[in-house]
Design a protein around this ligand. Structure first.
Ligand code: CA
Length: 309
């Protein structure tokens, strides 16, 4: 008796499953059947079966299946369509056609000269170009006759008559002599001077006739001059004299051509006398010193006396 309820249960399950299967096949059919009686529990059925004989008409109605709710259809999210990126144009390399190669020109090979550069020696400084001013050419005068160095050949006289050459500084007739390394009134020293002291009297004088100029054959040139520097020796404080020069040209007359006075003033005097008036003539000269009112300390000297050309 226990197997029978089990078979019934299986049959009930199959019956109940049929609508479900039908619903699967027909999803839109909704079953609205309402059960007429509540299902009996197996225990009750067992109890009823015990009390009443089972009938085949009392087939329990399977419970209505709760309609299956169809899940809402999910709205598909629109997928943004990607904007197509235009393809980047690819740089295309177009090869530049090469110019046609020129016709090769025949080369003329000229041999290059070999230049050897000789470096200057380093220690030698760069030479400078010094521009000098235009020189002023002053012709040095040529000495035609030197009265100082030829004084020994002159004829010396004074108011007392002829005087010896290389007189003595103690001769009161006057005297003529050379003085070497003479210290002059201006403090300078001359290698050799001609001292001519007049006679030791007031207005005394001394003369030297340089006839050698004439006897040497000298002829005056137009550019000749007589030049001299005269003065007193150092210490001749009371000295005061006059230097004079005479030309004695051929055929005369004799002429005093120059004179210069000097006192002990610390400076020498100069004479520069042109001889052009006697150009072309032979001549000689006389040098004279006058004492003036006093002959005291008339230590008169010719530092330089020359005819220059
Ligand atoms: Ca004097």
């Amino acid at each position: 008796m226990k197997r029978f309820p089990t078979l019934l249960s299986l049959a009930a399950v199959v019956l109940l499953s049929l609508p479900l299967i039908a619903c699967r096949l027909l999803p839109t059919v909704v079953v609205t059947a309402t059960p007429t009686a509540p299902p009996a529990t197996p225990q009750a059925m067992v109890t009823e079966a015990t009390a009443l004989p089972p009938t085949k008409t009392s087939t329990p109605v399977p419970p209505a299946e709760t309609p299956t709710q169809v899940p809402p259809t999910e709205t598909p999210t629109p997928v943004p369509t990607e904007t197509p990126v235009p393809p980047t144009p690819t740089a295309t390399f177009t090869p530049t056609p090469l110019p046609p190669s020129p016709t090769p020109t025949p080369h003329i090979i000229i041999p290059t000269p070999i230049i050897t550069i000789i470096p200057p020696p380093s220690p030698t400084p760069t030479p400078r170009i010094i521009v000098l001013p235009t020189p002023i050419i002053i012709p040095m005068p040529v000495t035609v006759f030197d009265f100082v160095s030829k004084a020994n050949n002159a004829y010396w006289t004074s108011g007392a008559g002829n005087l010896p050459w290389l007189g003595s500084d103690t001769d009161n007739r006057g005297f003529a002599r050379w003085v070497n390394n003479a210290i002059l009134e201006d403090g300078s020293t001359a290698t050799r001077v001609l001292e001519t002291h007049p006679q030791w009297v007031a207005n005394g004088f001394i003369q030297g006739a340089f006839t050698e100029v004439y006897s040497s054959g000298y002829v005056v040139q137009s550019s000749d001059r007589f030049v001299a520097r005269v003065g007193l020796l150092q210490g001749a404080n009371a000295g005061s004299v006059v230097f004079r020069v005479m030309i004695r040209p051929e055929g005369g007359p004799n002429v005093w051509i120059g004179s210069v006075s000097d006192t002990y003033d610390g400076s020498l005097k100069t004479m520069d006398i042109p001889l052009s008036p006697w150009a072309g003539k032979r001549a000689d000269f006389i040098l004279e010193v006058d004492a003036g009112p006093s002959s005291g300390q008339d230590w008169a000297v010719w530092v330089d006396a020359r005819i220059v050309h």
